[in-house]
Design a protein around this ligand. Structure first.
Ligand code: XYH
Ligand code: MG
Length: 382
C-alpha cells in the first residue's frame, strides 16, 4: 500500500479550558482555539487520520522529516517507517519532537486498521474488549465550588464514583501558580478527604506537583500509603532516576513512572532495570506513538509490571485494550465545571464513551476508533 499523500490542515474550534502560567489546564470562558488533522493517503485511496496540535505537523516539519521518509513507502510497515523517521531526531537540532513522531505513527496505525478492516486495539492483540476507567481530575484551582479545597475534591470524587460510575479516581493536586502550592500537606488533606468520601475500597491515585524535594515526596508517599492509595506518579523531576530509586526503597507506596521523561521505551527500560518504579508509565504522546508504547508494555510484562497509559484519546485507549498488563484507562481531565462527555465540535462522538459501570469499550470500526466530523473540520479550516 504505497503512500502517495501526506497533508495537515488546521481548523478552528471552541474550548473552555484555559492554561495557567505553568501550563496546567483549568475551566475558563469559552474561547477560540485550533487543532490539526494529519492525513496519510495511499495509492488506493485509503486514509489514516489523527487530531494533533498544529505546531506538531507544520509544513516545514512534514517537508523535512515526514514526506521524504514516507512517500512511496508501504504504509503497512509501521515498524520500518517509525524507525526511518525516529533516526532523524538525532541530527534535527531538536526540531523533530516525539509528538510529531506520534502523530505520524497514529495516522499510520489508523490507516492500517482501515486497510485490514479491523479496529487497531484488535490488530495489536485485543487483550480485552473493554477497560475500567479512572476519573482523572484537573489540577487544583482557586475557583469557588471548583477544586479549591479538600471538600471540593471530596464532593467531586463522590459524584464521580456514586453518580457517574467511575471505579477509580486520580487526583491532580494543587500546583503553582495556585495559591499555597506546592504544599504536600495540602495535597494530603485533599487525598484524605477523598478517601473519606469514597470509602476504603475505591482505588485512589495522586499526581502531585512534579518538582517536590525527596523529603517532601517521601513524607507524602508515606501518608498516602496510610490511606491505601494505589500509586503516586511524577512527584519529582524524572531525569533523576536515582531519586526515584531512593524513594521506592523508602516507601511501601507504589510509584508509577516515568510519564514525561524523554527517551521513549529505552528510558522506561532503564527505570525498570534500576528498580526505580513499581509500575511503568507510557503515553502514546510521550513515547512517540503506538509503536514504542507497545514495546514499553511488552518489556514491562517481562518483569510482571503493569504499564499504565498516560492520557486520554483513541491512541492510548487502543494500547490499553490491547495489552494484558494494565489496570485502567485514564479518562480526563475532569472538573465539576466541564462536561467531559460532550463531543467537541469536530467529533461526532468522543473517543472514550464510558458506560454506567465505568467501562470504556473498544469500538469495532476499522482504525483507531475516532469518530470525526469531517464536514465541520473542512468547513472550519483556518
Ligand atoms: O497538568 O501536570 C499536569 C498533569 O499531570 C498532566 O500532565 C497530565 O494530565 C497527567 O499527568 N496525567 O497523568
Ligand atoms: Mg500524570
Amino acid at each position: 500500500m504505497k503512500i502517495t499523500d501526506i497533508t495537515a490542515l488546521t481548523f478552528r474550534h471552541k474550548t473552555n479550558t484555559v492554561r495557567d502560567s505553568d501550563g496546567h489546564g483549568h475551566p475558563g470562558p469559552e474561547s477560540d482555539t485550533t487543532s490539526a488533522l494529519l492525513t496519510i493517503t495511499t495509492e488506493d485511496g485509503t486514509t489514516g487520520h489523527v487530531i494533533c496540535r498544529p505546531g506538531e505537523v507544520r509544513e516545514d516539519l512534514l517537508d523535512r522529516f515526514i514526506r521524504p521518509n514516507l512517500l512511496g513507502q508501504d504504509a503497512l510497515c509501521t515498524e520500518n517507517l517509525w524507525y526511518k523517521v525516529y533516526k532523524w531526531q538525532r541530527l534535527s537540532g531538536g526540531q523533530l519532537l516525539d509528538r510529531t513522531l506520534t502523530a505520524m505513527d497514529l495516522a499510520l496505525w489508523d490507516l492500517k486498521g482501515k486497510a485490514a478492516g479491523m479496529p487497531v486495539w484488535k490488530l495489536l492483540g485485543g487483550a480485552r474488549p473493554k477497560i475500567l476507567a479512572y476519573g482523572s481530575t484537573m489540577c487544583g484551582d482557586d475557583l469557588e465550588n471548583g477544586l479549591a479545597t479538600p471538600e471540593d475534591y471530596a464532593r467531586f470524587a463522590d459524584w464521580m464514583v456514586n453518580t457517574r460510575g467511575y471505579k477509580a479516581v486520580k487526583l491532580h493536586g494543587w500546583m503553582p501558580p495556585m495559591p499555597g502550592a506546592p504544599d504536600p500537606k495540602k495535597d494530603y488533606k485533599a487525598c484524605a478527604a477523598v478517601r473519606e468520601a469514597v470509602g476504603p475500597d475505591v482505588p485512589l491515585m495522586l499526581d502531585p506537583h512534579h518538582f517536590y524535594t525527596r523529603t517532601d515526596t517521601l513524607w507524602l508517599a508515606r501518608k498516602l500509603a496510610e490511606l491505601d492509595f494505589r500509586w503516586m506518579e511524577e512527584p519529582m523531576e524524572e531525569a533523576s532516576i536515582s531519586s526515584y530509586k531512593w524513594l521506592r526503597d523508602n516507601t511501601d507506596l507504589n510509584i508509577l513512572g516515568p510519564e514525561t521523561m524523554t527517551g521513549k521505551h529505552w528510558i522506561r527500560g532503564e527505570y525498570v532495570k534500576a528498580d526505580a518504579i513499581d509500575l511503568v508509565r507510557a503515553g502514546v504522546w510521550d513515547v512517540g506513538g503506538i509503536t514504542p508504547a507497545m514495546k514499553t508494555a511488552n518489556m514491562a510484562e517481562c518483569f510482571h509490571m503493569a504499564t499504565e497509559m498516560h492520557g486520554t484519546g483513541a491512541g492510548n485507549l487502543s494500547v490499553a485494550l490491547a495489552i494484558h498488563n494494565t489496570s485502567f484507562y485514564e479518562r480526563g481531565l475532569l472538573h465539576p465545571f466541564i462536561d467531559y462527555d460532550k463531543p467537541k465540535e469536530y467529533q461526532n462522538r468522543i473517543d472514550d464513551e464510558m458506560d454506567a459501570d465505568g467501562y470504556v469499550h473498544g469500538r469495532d470500526d476499522p482504525g483507531l476508533g475516532q469518530d470525526l466530523n469531517m464536514d465541520y473540520i473542512l468547513a472550519n479550516q483556518t
